[in-house]
Design a protein around this ligand. Structure first.
Ligand code: FES
Length: 573
C-alpha cells in the first residue's frame, strides 16, 4: 500500500479535527452517538451506502452485509457509518424504475458531498441500483468500491431450474396459449424466487454488476458470488477492509474508470450476452466521467467479441451455474486478448493480475473460445430513416428468420392503447406484421419503461406464433427475448420518425446490415410531420415534471442534462 495521506489530510478531518466551535459541534454529536474521539478523529470515515429496504427483495440481505463491511472497516482501522440511499425496487416501481436511477445517483453524490466521508462502499445490485450508485460516486470522485448484492439461487419447479423473468415470460406465453394450468402456475410462482439476491438470469442486474467488476470497481470475482453463499459475506468484509486502504492510497473512481476500462466493460457486455439496458447505463456512466461512448462503438466491439456465457435468456444456464463454472474471472480470462489488461482496479492491482489463476471449470456454462454460443454480435446498433440517432436490438435473443424482415406496421399510440387492443379479435395482424409502440421513450414513458417486448397477440399465440418483429422507443427487461428493436432515437414523444408511423406502413429490419427503415415517401412524411402534435403530459409537477424536462435521449444515456461531468468535486467541502 502506498500511503499518500496523513490523518490531517482526510476530508473528514476538516469536520472533526479543528479546535473551533464547528469542530466542537461535530465532535460532540459523534460523542452523543456513544463513540470515542479516537474512534473517528483522524480515521478514514467510510460510508456504507445501503440500498436496503423492506420492499426490495433483491437487497433483503444487505443489512447483514453492512455488518460484515463494518467488521472489515474496523479491522483496517477505519470508522464505518451506514447511510441509507434511495432503494430502487425493480418489480414494484411504476411506471418505470428507470425514472429513479438519476434520483439515486443524485442521492449518492449529495450524501457523499455533504457528509464527513472519506470513502464509500456502495451496496446494491437490482437493475438500476448499480448504475445509480456508480454515477453518483463517479461525480463525487471519492475512493469508492462497489459491493454487488449477488444473484439469487436458481429457481426450482418440478425439478426444473427456473430463471427470473425469462421463465416468467415463457410460461406466461404458454399460459395465455392455454398450456399451463392454475396449479402449475402457482407452483412456478412459489419456486421462481427462493433466496435473497437479484435476478439470476443474465438480465440487467447480473449484467451491470459484471460490468462494474470488468471496469475494476469491485474486488475480483465479487460480481458472480450468489447472495446466499457465505463467500458473499467474506467478500463484504474484504470490501470493508480494502476501502480503508484505498482512502490512504487516494485511489479514486477517476483513477480506475479510464476510457480503456469502459472499453473493457463493453467487451465483457458482449461476451456475456448482456442486457440491452447496459448500453444506456454505460453511456451515462461514461458521460459522468467525461467520456463519450458513441453507439457505433458498441456495434464495432460487438462484431468481434464472441458470446461465451451460456446463460438465459440467450443461453441455457443461470448465474449460480456461472459461479460454479468459474465466474466472471474465468470468462474474462477466455477473452484476455480482447481486454485492456493494464487497467487498474480497486484492489490496487491490474485487471490482468486479477485474472491470474482463473479458469473455466464447466465449459458448457462458460464456453471456450473455440466453441462460443455465438461467433460475434450479441447486440447490434441499427440506424436508418426510422432511427436517425440509433436503435438497439439484442440479436442473440431474436429468431434468425427475422434478422432480415419487411412487414406492415400495426401501430399502438401508447401503452394503454396496446393493452386495450393487442388481444382484440378485430386487430388486423398476422405473423409478418411489425408491432410498433409509440410514446414509451425517456420523456414519453416517461422513463423508458420495459415495454419493448410487446406481447404477441393472443390469436397468434394460439396459432403457435412465438416471435414477431416489435419496435419501440422503450427498453426491454434484460431477462426478455424476441425480435425487439428498442431505444429508437429520437423518441416519438419529441417528434422522432417513430411518431409518424401509421398502420400498414412498410418497415424494413436488416440486422446484418444494421438498418431500420420506414419505407414511406419523404413527401408523405413531411405532411405527417406538419400535422404531428406532442401528446399532452399529465405530469405537471414534482420529480416527473423535472424528469421530462431535463432527461436526455437514450443515445445520450438518459441522464439529466445538468449532471454532466464537472471538475473533481471531492476537493470541495
Ligand atoms: Fe431486482 Fe430483477 S427485480 S434484479
Amino acid at each position: 500500500m502506498t500511503i499518500k495521506k496523513k490523518p490531517e489530510d482526510l476530508r473528514s478531518y476538516s469536520w472533526f479535527g479543528p479546535d473551533t466551535m464547528r469542530g466542537f459541534s461535530h465532535r460532540s454529536r459523534m460523542l452523543q452517538l456513544g463513540h470515542r474521539r479516537e474512534d473517528f478523529v483522524g480515521k478514514p470515515v467510510i460510508a456504507i451506502v445501503n440500498t436496503w429496504s423492506e420492499i426490495n427483495p433483491c437487497h433483503a440481505h444487505l443489512r447483514e452485509r453492512a455488518e460484515a463491511v463494518k467488521r472489515g472497516v474496523l479491522q483496517a482501522g477505519g470508522f464505518p457509518v451506514e447511510i441509507s440511499a434511495f432503494s430502487i425496487t425493480e418489480t414494484y416501481m411504476k411506471p418505470s424504475p428507470m425514472l429513479y436511477r438519476n434520483l439515486l445517483a443524485m442521492d449518492t453524490e449529495e450524501s457523499l458531498r455533504s457528509l464527513p466521508i472519506d470513502g464509500a462502499v456502495l451496496m446494491g445490485g437490482c437493475d438500476k441500483t448499480t448504475p445509480g450508485l456508480l454515477m453518483g460516486a463517479i461525480s463525487m470522485n471519492l475512493p469508492a468500491i462497489f459491493l454487488p448484492a449477488g444473484p439469487m439461487l436458481r429457481g426450482n419447479w418440478n425439478g426444473k431450474p427456473l430463471g427470473s423473468g425469462t421463465d416468467v415470460w415463457k410460461f406466461w406465453t404458454e399460459r395465455c396459449a392455454g398450456m399451463v394450468s392454475d396449479e402449475e402456475w402457482k407452483g412456478i410462482e412459489s419456486g421462481i424466487a427462493r433466496s435473497p439476491g437479484f435476478c439470476m438470469t443474465m438480465g440487467t442486474a447480473s449484467t451491470m454488476t459484471a460490468l462494474a467488476e470488468a471496469m475494476g470497481m469491485t474486488l475480483p470475482g465479487a460480481s458472480s458470488i450468489p447472495a446466499a453463499d457465505s463467500n458473499h459475506v467474506r467478500m463484504a468484509m474484504d470490501s470493508g477492509q480494502r476501502i480503508v486502504e484505498m482512502v490512504w492510497e487516494d485511489l479514486k473512481p477517476a483513477d480506475v474508470l479510464t476510457l480503456a476500462a469502459f472499453r473493457n466493460a463493453i467487451t465483457v457486455d458482449m461476451a456475456i450476452g448482456g442486457s440491452t439496458n447496459a448500453i444506456i447505463h454505460l453511456v451515462a456512466l461514461a458521460r459522468r466521467r467525461g467520456f463519450d461512448l458513441p453507439l457505433p462503438l458498441f456495434d464495432e466491439i460487438s462484431r468481434h467479441v464472441p458470446v461465451l456465457a451460456n446463460i438465459r435468456p440467450s443461453g441455457e444456464f443461470l448465474m449460480e451455474d456461472f459461479y460454479y463454472a468459474g465466474g466472471l474471472r474465468a470468462l474474462m480470462d477466455e477473452i484476455r486478448d480482447l481486454l485492456h489488461l493494464d487497467c487498474r482496479t480497486v484492489n490496487g492491482k491490474t485487471l490482468g493480475q486479477n485474472l491470474e489463476g482463473a479458469r473455466v471449470i464447466h465449459p458448457e456454462v462458460i464456453r471456450k473460445r473455440n466453441a462460443p454460443l455465438m461467433e460475434s454480435g450479441g447486440t447490434a446498433i441499427l440506424y436508418g430513416s426510422l432511427a436517425p440517432d440509433g436503435a438497439v436490438i439484442k440479436s442473440v435473443a431474436a429468431e434468425r428468420r427475422f434478422w432480415q424482415h419487411t412487414g406492415p406496421a400495426v401501430v399502438f399510440q401508447d401503452y394503454r392503447d396496446l393493452e386495450a387492443r393487442i388481444d382484440s379479435e378485430e386487430l388486423d395482424v398476422d405473423e409478418n406484421s411489425v408491432l410498433v409502440l409509440q410514446n414509451a421513450g425517456p420523456q414519453g414513458g416517461p422513463g423508458m419503461p420495459e415495454w419493448g417486448m410487446l406481447p404477441i397477440p393472443k390469436k397468434l399465440l394460439q396459432r403457435g406464433v412465438r416471435d414477431m418483429v416489435r419496435i419501440s422507443d422503450a427498453r426491454m427487461s434484460g431477462t426478455a427475448y424476441g425480435t425487439c428493436v428498442l431505444h429508437v432515437s429520437p423518441e416519438s414523444y419529441v417528434g422522432g420518425p417513430l411518431a409518424l408511423v401509421r398502420n400498414g406502413d412498410a418497415i424494413a429490419l436488416d440486422i446484418p446490415n444494421r438498418k431500420l427503415d420506414l419505407l414511406v415517401h419523404e413527401a408523405e412524411l413531411s405532411l405527417r410531420r406538419s400535422e404531428w402534435t406532442r401528446p399532452v403530459s399529465k405530469d405537471q409537477r414534482g420529480y416527473l415534471a423535472l424528469y421530462r424536462e431535463r432527461v436526455t435521449q437514450a443515445d445520450q444515456g438518459c441522464d439529466f442534462d445538468f449532471l454532466a461531468c464537472v471538475a473533481d468535486p471531492s476537493t470541495e467541502q
